[in-house]
Design a protein around this ligand. Structure first.
Ligand SMILES: Nc1nc2c(ncn2[C@@H]2O[C@H](COP(=O)(O)OP(=O)(O)OP(=O)(O)O)[C@@H](O)[C@H]2O)c(=O)[nH]1
Length: 399
């Protein structure tokens, strides 16, 4: 499978900006999908909306079978906004990332630096550093490692100059964040053996309120800026407003949204519809938003497994992005473990990093699961999503 390095996104945006391409273009077409679903739909039966709703309220185990997902209820987006927005260039986002992190009250890096720069470091100073790291959710193991490395290097090198201390801390923090991990997003469509176009499918999962819908909307903008065709799938059928929210995101950049006309409809059905539409219309990427679910509710996690299986009848997801709220810290780790097991998470999106010093969870999630943080959310604005770049991130928290 091909990869989409962020540099390509940046280049494409520069090209688009240079050509003055997208602004003012009218959306003339919103196709209502009426054609038969072919092979895949033959496996589908009726939708299972009532059980999905009951499940969420009572957290009972799911009873629906994978083959009961009916695709019939999904519909394209409502009327599009007439004027398309042009998403902000990705390049500018990295700069903003650093600003936001540096402005987030008292960044971890700045606090560490202030302790490390003291004339002679006492045991109390080292305890303070340890406490800062633990408070930032870096985790016990990585904290001990970092402390040991810092102690050794400070002692051996006798570093005291602020600039040298900064360099030393920077190098240790970068190493902790595993810069060697592959953070590219897999968003290239492929062709099946029989010649069928298969869109790249990205499934976005996570617990309630972490920023899934917002992330799907922001990611659509990034892809559009790169000149990609996108279809959104509103598989959060539990919260009606989520589908409206997603449709609005899509309309702003001329991307159609496949959604159900019934609240509580089977989310697997909607996911199937969206991927099938991407296949039929030869779309590059299908982004599927899912409802928030708690990782300890077996029924909801079963439902997620079903979404993956049913969507895979058309095209298996090439990315399953787990959205974690940075402000919830440690809890993100147990979420990540269960989601990784059920849905095969390929990347983490860490949201709400603006204004929190708890980003240390990045370290633990990557270490324990071997899953890289690929994107970070830095605010509620439409272009406040940036690729996670280890060095930029560390420079941001060092202020
Ligand atoms: N400050 C900040 N807020 C964010 C960020 N990402 C998302 N949010 C906000 O978080 C709130 C929840 O976002 P949603 O996208 O609706 O969350 P969700 O995960 O789809 O929610 P459910 O569907 O209820 O599970 C919204 O108010 C977003 O604007 C971020 O990076 N920074």
């Amino acid at each position: 499978m091909n990869e989409l390095p962020w540099i390509e996104i940046i280049s494409a945006v520069v090209v688009l900006a240079g050509g003055g391409g997208l602004a003012g273009v009218l959306v003339a077409r919103r196709r209502r999908r009426t054609e038969d679903q072919g092979d895949a739909s033959s496996t589908a039966g009726t939708t299972t909306a009532p059980s999905a709703t009951a499940e969420r309220e009572t957290a009972e185990p799911a009873t629906a079978e994978p083959d009961t997902a009916g695709p019939a209820t999904a519909e394209p987006a409502a009327t599009a906004a007439p004027v398309l927005e042009r998403p902000a260039p990705t390049a500018g986002r990295l700069v903003r990332l650093r600003d936001r992190l540096a402005r987030s009250g008292s960044p971890l890096g700045a606090r560490l630096l202030s302790v490390l720069s003291r004339d002679s470091l006492t045991e109390d100073d080292w305890d303070e550093i340890e406490e800062e790291l633990l408070l930032a959710d870096v985790g016990a193991g990585p904290t001990t490692e970092l402390l040991d490395a810092l102690r050794t290097r400070v002692r051996v090198l006798g570093v005291r100059e602020p600039a040298a201390v900064r360099d030393l801390l920077r190098a240790e923090l970068v190493a902790l964040l595993q810069p060697e991990l592959d953070r590219t997003l897999h968003t290239d469509p492929r062709t099946a053996e029989d010649g069928t176009h298969l869109p790249a499918v990205t499934l976005v999962v996570g617990v309630n309120g972490t920023g899934k819908t917002t992330t799907v909307g922001k990611l659509a903008r990034v892809l559009v800026a790169d000149g990609r065709s996108v279809v959104l799938g509103a598989a959060d059928t539990f919260r009606a407003a989520a589908a409206d929210q997603l449709t609005t995101w899509g309309n702003r950049v001329g991307v159609p949204t496949v959604r159900s006309d019934r609240e509580g409809a089977d989310p697997a059905s909607v996911a199937f519809e969206a991927v099938a539409r991407g296949r039929d219309e030869k779309t590059d990427v299908v982004l599927v938003d899912t409802a928030g679910r708690l990782q300890n509710k077996a029924g909801l996690m079963d439902e997620l497994g079903k979404i993956v299986r049913v969507a895979s009848k058309v095209a298996a997801p090439s990315e399953v992005l787990l959205v974690l709220d940075a402000t919830t810290g440690q809890n993100g780790l147990s979420q990540a473990r269960v989601f990784a097991e059920v849905a095969g998470v390929t990347g983490i999106v860490l949201t709400k990093l603006d204004g929190t010093a708890k980003g240390g969870i990045v370290v633990q999630v990557q270490r324990e699961l071997g899953v890289p943080v690929k994107l970070i959310g830095l605010g509620e604005g439409p272009d406040d999503l940036a690729p996670f770049d280890v060095e930029e991130f560390v420079d941001g928290i060092l202020g």
